[in-house]
Design a protein around this ligand. Structure first.
Ligand SMILES: O=C[C@H](O)[C@H](O)[C@H](O)COP(=O)(O)O
Length: 233
């Protein structure tokens, strides 16, 4: 079974959590895309839900499938968000933002009664940080912000290169919110909470990809079947 089949299995299990009338947050990325596809088929078959997307890409996908879409302004409280992750640790702390959607993903997750992560089990790590940590920053003052981020990272006991993310064509990546991303290559993050707090107070940092205390559960698909972390029901 390839990684994409595993992602689809995790998405299919998450679909079982959806009940008629639910207000759903729809994640971003290749795993969340499977969930949206499967949800679209259910909606076509008569399921009634209302959804909020975490990115323009997911919004376009959901609309193309005929899924009823709303916004957090119209629907500020959600029942369930299903989203992927770049890393998950056993305490359900996450790194997200590999697809540059971390800001809206975190806002939507925070507005949800439950966030459930779906992923292949290769995303499960004992310590976060092998995946570079995305840090979303405003374009104004980028170099000053980069230096302040480096100091915050150091103060939190971590270290590593901060790389401005570019698109495949070489242009600087611009997020859905009009910001840039610094990818922090930190290796093992010993104290994720401390790092999150340090980054939260850097002027110019809009958001970072450490999701702590947001995920209620995770569905991780592997060759041996599904691994469930936390509570998913
Ligand atoms: O910004 C993107 C998101 O955080 C994604 O959910 C994350 O990168 C995982 O994506 P994928 O399912 O494609 O591995």
């Amino acid at each position: 079974m390839n990684a994409d089949d595993l992602k689809k299995q995790a998405a299919a299990r998450a679909l079982e959590l959806v009940r008629p009338g639910m207000r759903l947050g729809l994640g971003t990325g290749s795993t969340a895309k499977h969930f949206v596809d499967l949800l679209g088929a259910k909606v076509a078959a008569g399921l009634s839900v209302i959804c909020v997307a975490t990115s323009e890409a997911t919004q376009a996908q959901a609309l193309s499938l005929g899924i009823p879409m709303s916004t957090l302004d119209e629907t500020p409280e959600l029942d369930l968000t299903v989203d992927g992750a770049d890393e998950v640790d056993p305490q359900l702390r996450l790194i997200k933002g590999g697809g540059a959607a971390l800001l809206r993903e975190k806002i939507v997750a925070a507005a949800s009664a439950r966030m459930i992560v779906i992923a292949d089990d290769g995303k499960l790590v004992q310590k976060l940080g092998r995946f570079p940590l995305p840090i979303e920053v405003v374009p104004f003052g980028l170099e000053a912000t980069r230096r302040a981020v480096a100091q915050a990272v150091e103060a939190a006991g971590a270290a590593g290169e901060l790389v401005l993310r570019r698109r495949p064509d070489g242009a600087i990546l611009v997020t859905d919110g009009g910001h840039h991303i610094l990818d922090a290559h930190l290796g093992a993050i010993e104290r994720p909470e401390l790092l999150a707090q340090a980054l939260n107070v850097v002027p110019g940092v809009v958001e970072h990809g450490l999701f702590i205390g947001l995920a209620a559960g995770a569905i991780l698909a592997g060759e041996g079947g599904l691994t469930i972390l936390g509570g998913i029901e």
